[in-house]
Ligand binder design. Structure first.
Ligand code: 1GP
Length: 236
C-alpha cells in the first residue's frame, strides 16, 4: 500500500499555539484543496490545545496528522490518521533526535502503524525550532544533501523535511536535496505566503507545507498557495 503522503502536494500545518485569522474556522481548511492537515508546532502540542482542533475537524474527510514535539502526548479521535514524528538530524540537543522519542515510547502504548518518522533538517537559524533544538544551521548545500542521504540510506527514513520555518528557503538547495533522494519523499516548509512562493517551492520539492500564513493572513491566502503548488505540479 502506498504511504499516506505519497500523493501529497500541499499540506497545511496548523499551530495549536496560534489562533486562526479573524473569521476563519478549522473546518474550512478541509475545503481549500490542501491534501492533508498537520497539527504541529515547536511548543504547546498539548492535549488541551490539540483536542479541540481535532474535534472541530471531526466531520471532515481530510487526513489529519499530529506532530508531537517534546511532550509525550497521544490523542484519541476518529479524525486522526496518525502521528508524524520529527527527528531533527542537525540538532545539537539529543532531546530532539532520540530523547523525547524515548520518553514518548516508554510512557505511551503506541500503535506503531500510525507512527511515521520525519527526518528534519532545520535551516533557518532565526526560527524557534532552531533555537529549541540548538540546530547547526551553518550548512552548505553539500552538508544538506549529505544529511538527506544519511536519512534515507543509513537511517531508512521515508520522509526528509527541509525546515526553513519562517523564511523562504533556497530553491537550489531544495532541488539538490530532492535529486539526491531515491524514493524518500521531500517535504519543504518555510515562508510560503502566496501563489508564487508556493509555485517556486513545489517545483523543487515533492510536498510543500504551509504554516504561518494560515494564522497571519488566513485561509483564503492558503488557498492561493494550494493553487500555486497545483500549477507547479501539473503544468509541465
Ligand atoms: C513550519 O515548515 C512549516 O513547521 C511551515 O513553515 O510557518 O514558515 O510556513 P512556515
Amino acid at each position: 500500500m502506498a504511504a499516506a503522503w505519497a500523493q501529497w502536494e500541499h499540506v497545511t500545518k496548523v499551530d495549536p499555539d496560534k489562533p486562526l485569522h479573524d473569521g476563519d474556522s478549522y473546518v474550512d481548511i478541509a475545503d481549500i484543496g490542501t491534501d492533508a492537515i498537520i497539527i504541529g508546532g515547536t511548543t504547546n502540542v498539548t492535549e488541551a490545545r490539540v483536542q479541540p482542533i481535532l474535534d472541530a475537524l471531526s466531520s471532515t474527510e481530510i487526513p489529519i496528522f499530529v506532530e508531537p514535539t517534546y511532550r509525550p502526548t497521544l490523542f484519541h479521535n476518529e479524525a486522526l490518521s496518525g502521528y508524524l514524528l520529527p527527528i531533527v538530524l542537525n540538532a545539537n540537543d539529543p532531546l530532539w533526535i532520540t530523547g523525547a522519542h524515548h520518553e514518548w515510547v516508554r510512557s505511551s502504548d503506541l500503535e506503531w502503524k500510525a507512527v511515521h518518522p520525519e527526518a528534519y533538517i532545520v535551516l533557518n537559524p532565526a526560527s524557534s525550532v532552531a533555537t529549541y533544538t540548538q540546530a547547526d544551521c551553518d550548512l552548505d548545500v553539500d552538508d544538506v544533501v549529505a544529511y538527506a542521504e544519511l536519512a534515507e540510506q543509513i537511517l531508512g527514513q521515508d520522509i526528509v523535511y527541509l525546515e526553513y520555518s519562517g523564511t523562504l528557503g533556497n530553491p537550489a538547495v531544495v532541488a539538490a536535496t530532492r535529486n539526491a533522494l531515491s524514493s524518500a519523499q521531500l517535504f519543504y516548509g518555510g515562508g510560503i505566503h502566496d501563489y508564487d512562493s508556493a509555485y517556486e517551492m513545489a517545483n523543487v520539492a515533492d510536498t510543500v507545507i504551509v504554516g504561518d500564513v494560515l494564522h497571519e493572513a488566513g485561509i483564503e491566502t492558503v488557498e492561493e498557495t494550494v493553487r500555486g503548488a497545483r500549477d507547479a505540479k501539473h503544468e509541465s
